[in-house]
Design a protein around this ligand. Structure first.
Ligand SMILES: Cc1cc2nc3c(=O)[nH]c(=O)nc-3n(C[C@H](O)[C@H](O)[C@H](O)COP(=O)(O)O)c2cc1C
Length: 417
């Protein structure tokens, strides 16, 4: 793609001249562009936080783990577990990895507006439609109107829904219901909690390779062979178990693999096992792209994960909770990320306990001990925002930076409308 830049053009003109972004399936984004990934996070990777991280070079986001059976059976579960918006995926300038062919454009039908207008109302999924989306199909803009280099291409981000299931039919039902809103599903094979293990989901699947195979195969049978289904696993103390699991998953066409470099019994305080991730990547042997996960706290960790393990994607969980701008190479949460989160939570709606928890994660390292105690005692979003403003967070003057939130320009310190 060559972009001619008119030196006299205004910024608005430069944006209006942009080509449509490439819309790629997750495997192709991973294979060709080495994206950054927001991990699935129960309660935390809901729409406002996904949208926030997408403003800061997080190219693939995941929903929290949802129980496939509940999701497919109960309207109330769909309403409480999932919402999305026409704006949540970012648009990025990305440079294809060296030696790789440039990603080919694959326009897929996965957008609610491609479907019958009321299909999402019928299945009770909350879909926030941006006021601008009637005029343009691709309303999100990249942070900058000009490409950073000649090879850069405009690429749209990807949203994956994560499900937990012990049952192929429930997983296929959930996949079918959510398919107009996401770019694929991920099967959780890593949740270590005892209740999950006892239900036969999460970590219990690490040693049930045939069941994992059957679940992926059933979803593919329902959705089509090319419809993206990935799995997220943990490393196993017995490497042969990892080999068997991966071989079974590859045999039914998983689109990609995410590997958390800790075993089922390891605490998150244990250091991540990069050799274990590398072993899984070598087992996959280039058949599908892999994402590495564990202990990504700084941009150096991102580079180290790629160099030491051979993964294409790098996934962060706690690092992004603490600093949603981590992948944009900020060393701690910038104030514009905190203000954007307040705006996003207010416009999409987020219950106070979750809003409060996110703000605490993001800003805790900047609070003194008495401030932490005081912040933890607050009991409403209004009181939390007032308190943060009293501490110098300039939310009100930045709250209407819709344009900014649309294009994900996270580097603007002060915007006065
Ligand atoms: C609050 C929280 C919620 C999580 N929820 C999920 C989940 O829904 N699905 C999942 O596969 N892993 C979940 N995890 C695990 C993370 O996705 C990730 O694998 C793990 O935290 C390791 O990454 P990190 O070292 O970057 O934190 C969760 C972790 C945390 C801290």
């Amino acid at each position: 793609m060559s972009i001619h830049i008119d030196p006299d053009a205004s910024e608005a003109q430069l944006y209006s001249d942009l080509p449509s972004p490439l819309i790629l399936p997750p495997s192709e984004l991973l294979e060709n562009y080495e994206p950054n990934v927001l991990a699935p996070l129960v309660r935390c990777s809901k729409l406002p936080f996904r949208h926030l991280t997408s403003l800061y070079e997080t190219h693939i986001t995941h929903t929290p783990m949802m129980l496939a059976e509940e999701f497919s059976r109960a309207q109330i579960a769909r309403v409480s577990d999932f919402s999305t918006s026409s704006d949540e995926r970012g648009v990025y300038w990305m440079t294809p990895c060296s030696g790789k062919g440039k990603g080919k454009e694959v326009i897929r039908v996965n957008h609610p507006e491609d479907y019958h207008s009321t299909s999402y109302e019928k299945c009770s999924i909350t879909y926030h439609k941006s006021p601008s989306s009637s005029s343009s199909r691709y309303e999100r803009l990249p942070p900058n109107p000009t490409p950073p280099n000649r090879d850069s291409q405009l690429v749209k981000g990807v949203l994956m829904a994560q499900f937990a299931s012990p049952n192929p039919t429930s997983l296929a039902d959930a996949a079918e219901l959510i398919s107009p809103f996401v770019d694929g599903i991920d099967l959780n094979c890593g949740c270590p909690q005892r209740w999950a293990y006892n239900e036969g989901i999460g970590c219990a699947l690490l040693r049930k390779p045939e069941l994992v195979r059957d679940m992926v195969k059933t979803v593919k049978g329902r959705m089509g062979w090319n419809w993206p289904v990935s799995i997220k696993i943990r490393v196993d103390p017995d490497p042969q178990q990892t080999v068997t699991l991966i071989q079974n998953a590859l045999s039914v066409g998983i689109s990609h693999l995410s590997i958390h470099g800790r075993t089922r019994h390891q605490a998150s305080t244990d250091p991540v096992n990069l050799d274990g991730i590398k072993f899984a990547v070598e087992t996959v042997n280039g058949q599908v792209p892999c994402t590495g996960n564990g202990d990504i706290w700084t941009y150096e960790d991102v580079i180290n994960m790629r160099n030491k393990t051979g993964v294409k994607g790098v996934m962060a969980a706690r690092g992004l909770l603490a600093n949603p701008a981590l992948f944009a190479n900020y060393s701690s949460t910038p104030s514009h990320a905190a203000t954007q989160f307040i705006s996003l939570s207010t416009s999409y709606g987020l219950i106070f306990p979750l809003f409060h928890r996110h703000m605490a994660y993001m800003l805790e390292s900047q609070f003194s001990r008495p401030e932490k105690v005081w912040f933890n005692s607050l009991s409403s979003s209004v009181s939390a925002i007032d308190w943060l403003e009293g501490r110098g967070l300039d939310w009100r003057s930045q709250r209407d930076t819709v344009w900014d939130a649309r294009r994900g320009r996270g580097t603007v310190e002060h915007v006065h409308i």
